[in-house]
Design a protein around this ligand. Sequence first.
Ligand code: ADP
Ligand code: MG
Length: 320
Amino acid sequence: MAFTPKTRKYLVAFLIIGWLFTLIYSFLRHPPQYPPQVKKLYRDNRVLMGTFWEVTSPDKEAAGIVFAETSRLEQLLSKYIPDSEISRLNKAGKLKVSPDTFYIIKKSRELCSATGGAFDITVAPLVDLWGFTDRKFRVPEAAEIREVLTRVGSDKIILHENDNVVEFKIPGMKIDLGGIAKGYALDCAVKKLKAKNIRSCLINAGGQVYALGDKFGQSWKVAVQGARKAEITGALELKNQSASTSGDYQQYFLIGNKRYCHIIDPATGYPAQAGIASVTVISGSGTEADAFSTAVFVLGKEKAKTLARKFNNLEIKITE
Ligand code: ADP
Ligand code: MG
């Protein structure tokens, strides 16, 4: 098609004006930022509380803050550290403890009643009996289990609120915070990050993550490991939330085809057998996500539904 020189001039002018309008419009909608935003993430990792911790954040200081806080709590709460407060309390049966230790024991006792006894930190002697502490796995005699069960039950923990003293009612009682300490450490680390005005950070602590804020305006995306397989089966989008997974695929032993896992049903004294291969609990609280994922593993799918109705801030995903 041929244009006259005049029409061609109009057409060019029209195109240039259109292009200029588009340019001005997009400039007004997305003005350039000075200095230009560099979307850089810092990543660092460390082994703490017996697992691999990885911290990702646009803030360089984040990882150091998370590791320092987790390490401080590990020194108080780990049963594997001989002079931790938990080790000393387990040995003496009565101890004046720090506010952190007192708080988490009290919270654990509350979560024990909230889960109908499924989450119970006094399972420690049973965890030992089945060989999960020293990794010398064995199937105990029924009589041994019955004897140890007399020393299990969070109602046998006395909390002296006025002076932070924790006391066991029965000699030989012990506590194990393996099902809650990681979640509590995540909450404490996030508090420290917020105090330093850090608003964006993803902490991955083995089977549990906490996503603080977002990643450059988008939710943090977290891969979920499939039960019993080393493959990734799903992805979660999290924002100011924690996701904790409990399963029988990480710490267990097999005798024949029978699988004995490290989560013990406090009601029977035997490893939990509720037909769940893995459960992920999502909550705004790392402490609660951790304890509830352990509890759901003990309770099974049906009772988990009742729990989810009672605590409507929990999201529970089960793989059978
Ligand atoms: P992980 O350690 O893989 O994060 P969990 O959060 O489910 O898994 O915690 C399991 C740990 O909790 C066990 O290793 C043991 O120390 C402790 N534990 C086992 N059974 C119970 C229970 N019924 N209630 C509370 N803690 C438990
Ligand atoms: Mg747990």
